[in-house]
Design a protein around this ligand. Structure first.
Ligand SMILES: Nc1ncnc2c1ncn2[C@@H]1O[C@H](COP(=O)(O)OP(=O)(O)OP(=O)(O)O)[C@@H](O)[C@H]1O
Ligand SMILES: [Mg+2]
Length: 312
């Protein structure tokens, strides 16, 4: 990955608020800045309710952003979009969801499900070309051509997720948003699906926004990571910067919760607590500080001093 490239996605000051009633608004995403470079995998982590899915859904415009700018491949996709921009967004950005059973139409054969995007956007000349594209895609994700005639319930969880990947990648997207796409699978199958995604990325050069709870999987797949808490990106950096030198106490607490494979190290592991209220942290007061390299942390000057005091 090189950072001299132009980003594929630029997000600036993105807010996504949901008004519940007259006096209550959920600030699910409350001003986040990040970029994703072409060909890289950006891991988005954070506890349940931190706003990960909301960011994914805002990017692909399932919501109208409350505020902020989103630029995707030099197109402004944050405001009202014209027909051409919408069309490009619907083809060039694709999403893979957590629960394939919930998003694959149970009455449709898998071949039809995979070809849906091609059908909508008229991306083939004739039936033969359509069938060839589907067969080729099935093969790429490790399924067989005859699987096209089966229904989603005839597949295992791992196979269904392969169908979800095929459905996204057949569009030849520039960006794939994978929202907890392996969390529902058995651990042994998770590794297979992640490796498949990695292989397909090498082959196609596509870019991933990989959303997950599981930090060990994120560490394995990501080039860079954003740590999200309460709708704010509290720390961003390369995978090494985040794992080797976490500065924000929230990142530290997330990392300290990962069990270590080595029993001796696991015995020494101390889970670090983090209570932002007790620590008096107010994310709206912090600004992004550059720590070097690709590493940024959200902090007030006083917090920054405190958090970096014991380092180096
Ligand atoms: N459509 C909506 N209307 C109202 N509130 C919402 C809506 N979508 C999300 N929220 C709220 O916004 C916050 C962030 O939710 P989100 O689903 O983005 O979190 P998440 O990080 O994806 O969590 P998880 O890890 O559990 O998937 C939560 O408090 C959630 O209840
Ligand atoms: Mg989510």
């Amino acid at each position: 990955m090189t950072t001299t490239k132009e980003p594929l996605l630029k997000v600036k000051g993105l807010k996504q608020h949901f008004q519940i009633n007259n006096n209550f608004t959920v600030k699910a995403v409350d001003g986040v800045d990040f970029v994703i470079y072409p060909g890289e995998t950006y891991g988005l982590v954070g506890e349940s309710g931190s706003g990960k899915s909301t960011i994914g859904r805002s990017l692909i415009r399932l919501y109208d952003p409350t505020a902020g700018e989103i630029e995707f491949d030099h197109m402004d996709i944050s405001g009202k979009m014209n027909r051409e921009t919408k069309d490009r967004l619907r083809t060039e950005m694709q999403m893979i969801f957590q629960d394939p059973m919930a998003c694959l139409n149970p009455r449709k054969k898998v071949g039809e499900i995979i070809a849906q995007g091609l059908d909508i956007h008229h991306l083939y000349q004739n039936r033969t070309e359509r069938a060839e594209k589907v067969a080729k895609m099935l093969e790429k994700v490790g399924l067989a051509p005859e699987h096209a005639d089966r229904y989603p319930h005839q597949f295992s969880g791992g196979q269904r997720q392969r169908v979800g990947i095929a459905r996204a990648l057949i569009m030849n997207p520039k960006l794939v948003i994978a929202d907890e796409c392996i969390s529902a699978l058995d651990v042994s199958i998770q590794a297979q699906v992640v490796n498949l995604m990695k292989d397909l990325q090498v082959e196609t050069g596509t870019t991933y926004l990989f959303i997950a709870h599981d930090l060990s999987m994120v560490k394995y797949i990501s080039d860079r990571i954003g740590v999200l808490h309460l709708g704010h990106l509290v720390e961003t950096g390369t995978t090494d910067e985040i794992f080797e030198n976490p500065v924000h106490p929230y990142t530290q607490s997330l990392l300290s919760a990962i069990p270590r494979p080595n029993p001796q190290l696991e015995r020494q592991r101390v889970a670090k607590g983090y209570d932002y209220k007790a620590e008096g942290v107010d994310y709206t007061k912090g600004v992004r500080h550059h720590l070097g390299g690709e590493h940024f942390v959200l902090a007030t000057p006083e917090e920054l001093e405190r958090w970096t005091a014991n380092q180096k």
